[in-house]
Design a protein around this ligand. Sequence first.
Ligand code: NAD
Ligand code: TYD
Length: 337
Amino acid sequence: MKLLITGGAGFIGSNFIHYMLAEHPDIQIVNFDALTYAGNLENLGPVERNPHYTFVKGDITVEADVTAVFKAHVMDAVVHFAAESHVDRSLHLGPEAFIRTNILGTQRLLDAVRAHRVRRFVHVSTDEVYGSLESEGRFMETSPIQPNNPYAATKAGSDFMVRAAHRSHGLDAVITRCSNNFGPYQFPEKLIPLMIANALENKPLPVYGDGRQVRDWIYVRDHCRGIDCVLRQGKAGEVYNIGGMHDVPNLEVVRLILKLLDKPSSLIQHVTDRPGHDRRYAIDSTKIETELGWRRQFDFETALKVTVDWYLQNRAWWERIRSGEYQKYYAAMYGNR
Ligand code: NAD
Ligand code: TYD
């Protein structure tokens, strides 16, 4: 099978490439990535010279880039990760880049997949398109789409374009909607790697509002296996939720990180809440479990320990990121909070 992976230099995309190359010796992967602030070829260092792997730099919003990669490589399927992915950036720096990449970029890929008769398109989406839950219930594939921030709204827009391509043109497209991921290579602007890195540097851990917002955490490898299942067995036109079945308040996650690192809870600093902050996410994964046989394999506490160890052992990876442009981002995002 020959796969085009978009956004493969980011967090989940790079984990997916490592996973697929290890699990499927017959596979050929082309990684198409614009290398934005979140894209990092260091994430793919271990497979750089693997004959089953090729990197192509390109932007999914630029028609010429997209056409060139589809002309150069005959693909069986596209797995689409490329996105602007951070809620706080969409709120504080504005939604334009999100609208371009997440909506326009997705549409360009759908057009190319049709034009080049690629068999299957897997769209990697998020539970955030469903909005926020009260204290009860879980998101089902049939839950209403009610995004509450610009990132989530643009992901919902991309989901609708994928649905439309399937319904209007018969495109073989499937959508996955996963909960919050964590694991190696996650950019340290997201909750878990940010808290690990700050704790290791004895810096304050900025918890938004009361810290009682609930997220359903999944180890990235379980998400990658879920995407692989959907790629191989998912039914065209369907949506599959993928969740960690571990929904806990942010404060509990932060306290656990401090415990694993043997750091004091006095590092926790409550800061001004995120506007429109979704209170609770929780996924019902019954459909992918019963129809495709997927199961979560990693329990949260074990996977968090593995993740903390990875950030301890790969200090140079995140220190390099945090020493550059990131400092301006951090000052803008947390300076006056
Ligand atoms: P990320 O921000 O770490 O990586 C995004 C990657 O996309 C980067 O390599 C970046 O260079 C690339 N990219 C961005 N704009 C591009 C463009 N215009 N053209 C080509 N490449 C571009 O994101 P992530 O956390 O790995 O998320 C990957 C996907 O999974 C996203 O679609 C996201 O919505 C979805 N998702 C993420 C989570 C999560 O918890 N991180 C949960 C569910 C779904
Ligand atoms: P994040 O990792 O940004 O993922 P998402 O917004 O997609 O769920 O945030 C996870 C949770 O952690 C979310 O409720 C916001 C909260 N959070 C903080 O409290 N402090 C922080 O510095 C960050 C980045 C997030």
